[in-house]
Design a protein around this ligand. Sequence first.
Ligand code: BV8
Ligand code: ZN
Length: 258
Amino acid sequence: MTTDDTAGGLPPIDDELAGRLSAARQVAALTGAGVSAASGIPTFRGPGGHWRGRDPMTLATPQGFAADPKLVWDWYAWRRELIDAASPNPAHQALAALEERLGPERFTLITQNVDGLHRRAGSSHILELHGAITRAKCAVECGRRWDWTLPLDEIPPRCECGNLARPAVVWFGEMLDMDVIHQAQQAAATADLLLVAGTSAVVEPAASLPLVTRHAGGLVIEVNPEETPLSALVDLRVAGPADELLPELIEMVGTAVG
Ligand code: BV8
Ligand code: ZN
């Protein structure tokens, strides 16, 4: 594993890694809340992550919603306001450029984020593991799903069937869409290179995807200013903000994989 021993900028890439990079055909990326930090969206576990002293881990659960649907919708409306006012940052743009360069058959973007900023940056081949904040669905699963916008005319909003509506995102303790997680596991298993950016690598099943790549013999590169449980396992750790370092890394990767 090459360590990052340079301040700012990419760490040195040894010949073995450079050789494996240039042989890479299939590329994937896994992103978390950290790639949206530079767009002004608080992370979950960072300093600005908690909301009015409430822990997102209690709000983003079926129990939290059942206990207080208005509070949970207030939280999502607050996040939605930030997201609507936000713009994609260079990290989102670099990943969109990589898809443009390699094409969707060679590059898959897997995100834990529900903010939609990858799509707004131009990415299209995206696996949104945890859903999208812009979508709502019936809380009793009558089958209706729809896009919602601010301002909500009532909080909590209702489904046309009369029952409560809820954000169409995956909460803690809820299953992910089986098709989406299967595609993500496939992409991780067939990736010659997986870029992991902006995630604390603690939330499952997303956190296991880099291990799938490594187990299948692929390269894993992590971009994060902080160490994570993944840091000791990756082939290259790029210590710093994704909005600054991901464009440089993707430029190097794009050139190497051709
Ligand atoms: C499931 C959608 C299976 C909602 C989210 C005990 C009890 C209950 C459940 C569990 C349990 N133990 C384990 C579980 C499973 C649980 C889990 O993993 N819990 C963890 C916390 C231990 N997982 C689940 O429940 C999943 N479902 O397992 O179902 C099942 C089986 C049987 C029966 C039923 C179910 C569902 C998980 C999905 C939860 N939903 N979001 C919403 O967003 O509103 S997850 C939530 O966390 C967000 O999606 C977020 O993206 C995600 C992960 O966090 P990160 O993205 O990594 O963000 P974080 O703030 O943590 O870290 C930011 C990182 O960025 C940091 O490392 C920081 O250093 C870095 N950073 C900061 N600035 C920058 C930067 N990096 C780069 N550049 C910068 N500028
Ligand atoms: Zn309904």
